[in-house]
Ligand binder design. Sequence first.
Ligand code: OAK
Length: 826
Amino acid sequence: MSAKKPNVERDVTINKSEFKAAVVRHLHCTLGTDENKANNHAWWKATCSAMQEQVLEGIRKTQKTHYLNDTRAVHYFSAEFLMGRLLSNNLQNFGLFDVANDALNELGVSLSDVLEEEPDMALGNGGLGRLAACFIDSLATMELPAIGYGIHYEHGLFRQEIQGGAQIERPDSWRDYGNPWEICRPESIQEVSLYGYVETKYGENGRIQKEWHPGHIVKGIPWDIPVVGYGGKTVNVLRLWQSKSSGYFNWDVFNAGGYVDAQVENVQAETISKVLYPNDETEAGKELRLIQQYFFCACSLKDIIRRYKRAHGDDWSRFIDQVVIQLNDTHPAIAIPELMRILVDRAELDWDQAWGICTKVFAYTNHTLLPEALERWPARMLEKILPRHLEIIYEINHRFMKEVDKKWPGDNAVKARLSIIEEGNEKMVRMGHLSVIGSFAVNGVAELHSRLVKQNLFPEFDALWPGKLTNVTNGITPRRWLKACNPALSKLIDKKVGADWPLELKKLEGLEKYAGNKTFQKQFMQVKQQNKQLLAAEIKESLGFDVDTNAIFDVQIKRLHEYKRQHLALLHIMALYRRLLENPDYDMHPRVFIFGAKAAPGYKLAKDIIYAINKVADKINNDARVNQKLKVAFLPNYRVSLAEKMIPAADVSEQISTAGKEASGTGNMKLALNGAVTIGTLDGANIEIAEEVGDDNIFIFGLTVDEVNELKASGYKPYDYYYKNPEIKAVLDWLETDYFTPGKPGALASIKQSLLDHGDQYLVLADYEAYSKAQEEVDKAYRDKERWAKMAIINTAKMGKFTSDRSIRDYVERIWKLNACPVRKG
Ligand code: OAK
């Protein structure tokens, strides 16, 4: 069982003139326009359609090969897939980027302008959704039989506008003008039941049978998004479900004069896939959210079973050999009782047999320890929407409690801790517990995180089932996050280590021997400089001001959350500003702090922090006393395509979460891969990055997990830091004045309050001094040009571990037990 290294040789052969002809043909025949009338959007669509010819052929060959080989496949269940743009990626992966570039050039069109026309496919919030996208890229590249399953949201993550410094949310409409990649598959429509009641019947053999009489039925329409592997051989699909009314029309209501009421049901059905919940790592607790989760799981399971039955009929004995389902966090955990329902109520397997199947099919990845992100559903809500599933969950729990009693006889405290049902004012169903109990493997996403999952989140589960809880460190696809987004660096790397590093990222280690080489250092830093110029142009266009590309580009890009501590960076920026005002000769290398972050619309303090960053930025950027040395740029609407521009230009990567809170991080890997040096805490995958690059090539600061725990246990008093450190006091007090918000004193005060009066839960003040000192070290290191170049090169050279191909290889070998299935010509 292994995932073989894929072959680099390309399978697709289409030359420039054929590509040109295909683009023009699609302009004429698909879009009904011509070369003279077409705008960039039309050229984009025509180019996608030309590519789609290759893609569809790839899908056909892949599916035929998988079918003929009757392969075992992984089914990646995720409520989010943050895909970004597809054209550039698909061109790269098919090896057709240069062909397309030349073809369009001859047609008088710029490929880079055309690429900018593509709306991001932003069907995810952040880390978890982007990880899913990197994973399906790796699965296709490694020629593994895999399918991603998710929701075809009509509106993805909101578009962020900044007005007067504040975040405003606007709807995202990624497919308003049609999406050339998606393929509708009406032949595979599924129906999903909701609401209603359960009838208990007695079968002929005296067996109790349960029948669910649903109150609503909705239709799931599958849309397939192609996932092109690097090399263009395997093209897997991401299957996303759109909800539609089932066409089941309530004639009783209609005949009673309720035509409008009857239509309301249709509208409700379509609401299910309408919009992505914009909360990152906070549980929404809303009925619609549970319905979304069940909707896509039920459609996907039916789809899997339909495919299985086509090959194996009603014989369930091979199901566990053919199917493995990875649950991307607990959002798809309802799939566990749903599969039990299908097996027990529909296929009439006995409970033990059904449970035996379930617990060999599911594996679960945990992506967070934050208590507010751990999903719990009120039992009453489940009972209303999925009455049969609640019964099944009770039964799973009942049997599980017996197992717990065998291990810890009579220990009610342990039972209460391990039970799927949390008793309290309101009974709650713990989806994490259900996931651990119903899966054969559970993993965290970085070494530290997995250790904390075992020690703090699920300690008794680890004792009960040793070996079930494990680690798979996250990774990123180097195709998108270096090859495609940083062509200049990629070409430089090709010359030094050969061109197959996108498939074997460890080859980047070959750069290490040039880290001290002056010529290479110069070339490497010249590429960085070019990328900084491109980003500077973006900043100018988006924000209207110039930034000095000789300054340090210090980048913090991620969702806005207190635990990620953008406000720690903000306090430090204010402190630098203050130092410069107090002493105009304050010695620092010019620096541009660049942010990208969306806040959940209901997360007040996160929005306040965005507002504060923008207000402080306005003041600094317009203050001639300091803005030769200090600038702050908050780029609105952070998204995958913007990340692709920011990451290649970063000198410094800010990874400054409170230790123990960031499960892994993946931006940290992308930035380091592109030669940014990390300033970070010993958290998540930062620890593994530090191990790879070595202590001399990273700036680690701050409290460790153990120190965080000790400090909290001993009674953390943020006011102590406020009174002890005059700089902390000065910047916090500054927030209360109207210096940054003229005429509106106190507009930024909520940040100070959270840090002092509300206890500074994430220890911003405790880490401030260490952070500030580490930043001085960064400044010193950057001024030594050779030292910095060497550090940057080593960061790129040592990122081999963090390719998502390695993560997938870990899953394949240790959890999924899959074989690659090469797709050949013909
Ligand atoms: C989102 C919603 C619920 C639970 C977790 C998340 C999430 O995005 N977690 C993030 O997952 C990433 C991928 O594993 C990690 O790199 C991040 O550290 C983690 O915060």
